[in-house]
Design a protein around this ligand. Structure first.
Ligand SMILES: *Cc1c(COP(=O)(O)O)cnc(C)c1O
Length: 233
């Protein structure tokens, strides 16, 4: 079942790549992040044995409990909002923090990374559709933030993360992801090491890939619906 779901997702990604009408600055391969939140830790070695090495979790505590069980195989992406007081743990547990959404948080990540003598890769989450319930930088904010971060040597901005509005309006989703790609290109002109554009979840990753995403974060389409009643995962 998992293998079959993975094949469907991979085929959908390939079909979406084929639909691109221009060459993208994000390249022509896509990294699939298997979003394992609210699923048991055992699904991680399972999906990794099928060749998917990147996993996404949205909560520090859940990721820590899973790593206590299975270690730290592959690359771990933090995809959920992070409270500043959990920056230390996040820096220890994750390889890429996709959801860097405030200057305050970025400074906390710098401080904790410095203590561990490591450089933490981050993506700037941009609230493209300006949804009040979502975190992230507004499109006009991120350049100024980038300048303020220039002196910081323990975090490295690697790109942009976008979450589209939850809507059946596909034209709107295309528009949001197209803008996300434009912000990525803008960032790439300004700084080195800008490589990643993370956009798209189970409902919209095909559109995201078509518009230029090179990271997609897929949970439900691989593992089925999450069971939120089972808080022990
Ligand atoms: C949960 C989550 C996903 C995966 O969602 P699915 O719809 O299950 O694929 C992707 N990105 C973020 C930020 C998430 O919180």
């Amino acid at each position: 079942m998992l293998a079959e779901n993975l094949k469907n997702v991979s085929d959908t990604i390939q079909a979406a790549l084929a639909k691109r009408t221009e060459k993208k600055e994000t390249g022509d391969t896509v990294c699939l992040v298997a979003v394992t939140k609210n699923h048991p830790a055992t699904v991680i070695p399972e999906i990794q044995s099928l060749g998917v090495g990147n996993v996404g979790e949205n909560r520090v505590q859940e990721a820590r409990e899973k790593q206590e069980q299975i270690g730290h195989p592959g690359k771990w992406h933090l995809i959920g909002h992070l409270q500043t007081n959990k920056a230390k743990q996040a820096v220890e547990l994750f390889d890429l923090i996709e959801s860097a959404d405030s200057e305050h948080l970025l400074r906390a990540l710098e401080k904790e990374s410095a203590k561990l003598n490591k450089v933490t890769d981050v993506l700037l989450q941009i609230n493209v559709a300006r949804e009040p319930q979502k975190t992230g930088f507004l499109p006009e904010e991120y350049e100024a933030v980038l300048e303020k971060l220039d002196g910081l040597s323990h975090i490295r901005v690697r790109g942009v993360m976008v979450i589209a509005p939850n809507t059946p309006d596909e034209a709107l989703i295309h528009e949001v992801f197209r803008k996300g790609y434009e912000y990525f290109c803008g960032l790439k002109k300004l700084r080195k090491n800008i490589d990643y554009l993370s956009m798209g979840m189970s409902g919209d990753y095909a559109i995201a890939v078509e518009e230029g995403a090179n990271i997609v974060r897929v949970g439900t389409a691989l593992f089925g619906p999450r069971d939120y009643s089972n808080r022990g995962y």
